[in-house]
Design a protein around this ligand. Structure first.
Ligand code: CMP
Length: 139
């Protein structure tokens, strides 16, 4: 069964010219693009997107980082798309945890500037797609 996931190429990925590399890996895996946009993240979208991290010590920095430059937001679709993209992305800590061969494992050095975001569950994907692409039909 096909599902959708929401992904971001974060400001570090856009600044470093890695948008193509990220989308290339996703598309070669077999995920298809349903929506794609380059944008500067509005403060309120950043706050809502990261609401679950509100009480974490790095929350303020996280909002500062994600609004520091343009990001690429996308919706990908395919069988088990949520898990498939998280496997491609690798673990949050790109040095100690992300395996080589993953996007973070191959291209990132910092836990905050870790290149990409991918929804962590089907429920998060639904919430994030509604937040970032309110006009996208979910049917
Ligand atoms: P993301 O998948 O976007 O979800 C939450 C983000 O918080 C995560 O990727 C990292 O960019 C960031 N993050 C998680 N843990 C830390 C940490 N210990 N210090 C700084 N940033 C973090």
């Amino acid at each position: 069964m096909s599902e959708r996931t929401f992904i971001l190429v974060k400001p570090d990925g856009v600044a470093r010219g890695l948008v193509g590399a990220v989308l290339d890996r996703a598309e070669r895996k077999g995920l298809s693009l349903k929506a794609l946009e380059l944008l500067s993240v509005p403060e309120e979208v950043a706050a809502e997107h990261y609401a679950e991290h509100r009480d974490r010590p790095f929350y303020g920095e996280l909002l500062g980082f994600i609004t520091s430059g343009p990001v690429v937001a996308a919706v990908l679709e395919g069988p088990r798309a949520v898990t498939a993209f998280r496997q491609l992305a690798g673990a949050t800590d790109p040095v100690e945890k992300a395996a080589s061969g993953t996007i973070r494992g191959d291209f990132a050095l910092e836990t905050q500037a870790n290149l990409v975001h991918g929804s962590d569950s089907a429920e998060s994907a639904q919430r994030e797609i509604a937040l970032w692409f309110p006009d996208l039909s979910t049917t």
